[in-house]
Design a protein around this ligand. Structure first.
Ligand code: PRP
Length: 208
């Protein structure tokens, strides 16, 4: 049995749909109510968790495989896993966004940047050799400029509709994000055949 952790929400829906398309029996998942751990007839034991917890479960060997966004991987300090597949789903990108005036604005103080992804934001401004103040927000990051907390944000953009609805725009794209399949290094040794079978099944969706 392969133990899998899937990020709850959008990634969960897309990954389960993909597994179903590939012939895996996802009926128990589709009909789940509040259950957090589901075992399928095909030998998958699945837990549904918050993105950072998917990494925690993988790090501690609780699961063999994780399905998680590149955004979470890039913002984490944990890198001791194999990134096996890009599923070519959950596609979006990291960007700096702000009101249009931000482009011309000259700052006589440290800029304030709101983000849920503080490591990504810090790395980006460090690369630009700009000393900014990073302010952590847990969600609805667009609120940063809207309520006057920050000058700009670093966030993921998918359709761009949240930015548009709040009068914000992309100032600079940082990097692409999509859903990755990651594997615990020890699991790959001991469950090699099962894991490679799963990879082969999903591989057609791979982009690179
Ligand atoms: C994400 C992201 C943006 C939004 C972008 O938030 O943080 O707010 O989606 O999507 P769009 O470009 O299609 O409008 P999410 O909905 O995951 O929730 P959150 O704001 O609570 O993080």
């Amino acid at each position: 049995m392969i133990k899998i952790a899937i990020t709850k929400g959008r990634i969960e829906k897309q990954v389960c749909q993909l597994l179903s398309q590939k012939g895996y029996d996802m009926e128990p998942v589709l009909h789940k109510d509040r259950e957090l751990l589901i075992e399928t007839a095909d030998g998958l034991s699945m837990v549904f968790a918050k993105a950072n917890d998917v990494l925690t479960f993988l790090e501690h060997g609780i699961v063999d495989v994780g399905f998680v966004g590149k955004d979470t991987l890039e913002d984490s300090d944990f890198h001791d896993y194999y990134e096996m597949l890009d599923l070519n789903i959950g596609k979006c990108y990291f960007a700096v966004a702000a009101y249009p005036e931000y482009r011309e604005k000259v700052f006589h103080r440290r800029q304030r940047i709101a983000s849920k992804y503080t490591k990504v934001a810090k790395d980006y401004f460090t690369r630009k050799q700009e000393d900014v103040e990073i302010i952590k927000l847990e969600g609805s990051v667009e609120l940063g400029p809207v309520v006057g907390l920050s000058d700009a944000i670093v966030d993921i953009v998918e359709t761009g509709s949240t930015l548009k609805a709040n009068g914000l725009e992309v100032i600079e794209k940082i990097s692409d994000v999509s859903t990755k399949m990651i594997v615990n290094k020890v699991s790959l040794k001991f469950k090699k055949d099962e894991i490679f079978h799963l990879i082969e099944m999903l591989k057609e969706e791979e982009t690179c």
